[in-house]
Design a protein around this ligand. Sequence first.
Ligand code: NAP
Length: 342
Amino acid sequence: MRLLVLGGTSFLSKQIAHDAVARGHDVVCAARGQSGSAPEGAQLLVLDRDRPGAVKALSGERFDAVVDVATGTGALRWVLDALDVLADHAQHWTFVSTVNVYADTATLGQTTDAPLCEPVLETVTEMTVERYGGIKVACENAVRERMGRDRAFVVRSGLITGPGDGSDRFGYWAARFARGGQAVVPDSPRQPIQQIDVRDLAAWIVTAAEQRLAGTYDAVGPILELGAVLREIAELVGTPDLQLVPIAPDTLVEAGINPWSGPASLPLWLPTDTYGFVAHDPAPARAAGLAVRSLADTVRSALAHEQTRGLDRPRSAGLTPAEEQKLLERTGTLDQAPTTTA
Ligand SMILES: NC(=O)c1ccc[n+]([C@@H]2O[C@H](COP(=O)([O-])OP(=O)(O)OC[C@H]3O[C@@H](n4cnc5c(N)ncnc54)[C@H](OP(=O)(O)O)[C@@H]3O)[C@@H](O)[C@H]2O)c1
């Protein structure tokens, strides 16, 4: 198969290119080369999709399959430009979307026919969570309209984890527990959580291209409970002196701790009215071939990735040691927490 990956120099798209090369496919990556290099064995065509007409460098090329991970404020323009040049010369088109496309973040167990955000068709300069979903809806629609439903494969991914994850979310917990001591965790043990390992998602996307799988899927792993997930991570990588210190969500909010991601956050923790965001029905993707590895495998790989980057490095998500200490002092739990589970 001749595969074009629009991207291919970091995280998911690089893993897709890597997987396809390993299966013996002829892989072309098209990106600026700023995030990294293309995997060994793949060709990198250097282009900047923000420059009008950049994708015309691919005019005249033919591909059995195209994978596009377009995201950001200009994603719709990128997608339309790529379709203009390549739609008539590609047999199969994967667009990597997100579960942020869903308008309802509260309801558990939703499937792909759930209501979507309004498509964002106009050019925007600043990204918000709402716009992120709406831009992806517009991109999905463009791919389906131009390729036809029998050649379009739309993958609405949930949280992507594993090696190469630069978001600092899932990896925060592996790194934090590996540092030991008193670790603050959200006291939300029954919160649902879903993640998908980048290697499993990439493998499925390559298989889908090989098999010309079409349709729209939520690419998510099983619905787990946050308490059990944190407990498993702690058991796998925690030091002997690790103590999990659960702190109530109201107390975390009062202390200015953010949910899910970003600075001063407890990654993966969510407000109750957004539990639906991490509880999509995993069955259709699974039935269509998405195989999910064990959580333990993902945790060990996430820790290895964290160790190469340094467990004590500044992070874009999670609590700094000083923030965690302050929180423990504020809640009167410093050095007196029982050894417990989340
Ligand atoms: N991370 C998650 O948890 C998550 C969850 C749900 C959905 N998703 C979706 O999954 C997809 C993959 O996300 P990712 O974080 O893994 O990104 P990625 O696929 O690793 O990287 C994005 C690619 O786009 C390229 N790129 C960026 N700007 C470009 C430009 N101006 N011109 C040409 N190429 C450009 C980058 O290469 P250069 O910088 O080298 O140009 C890189 O290869 C995205 O569609 C995202 O919306 C991610």
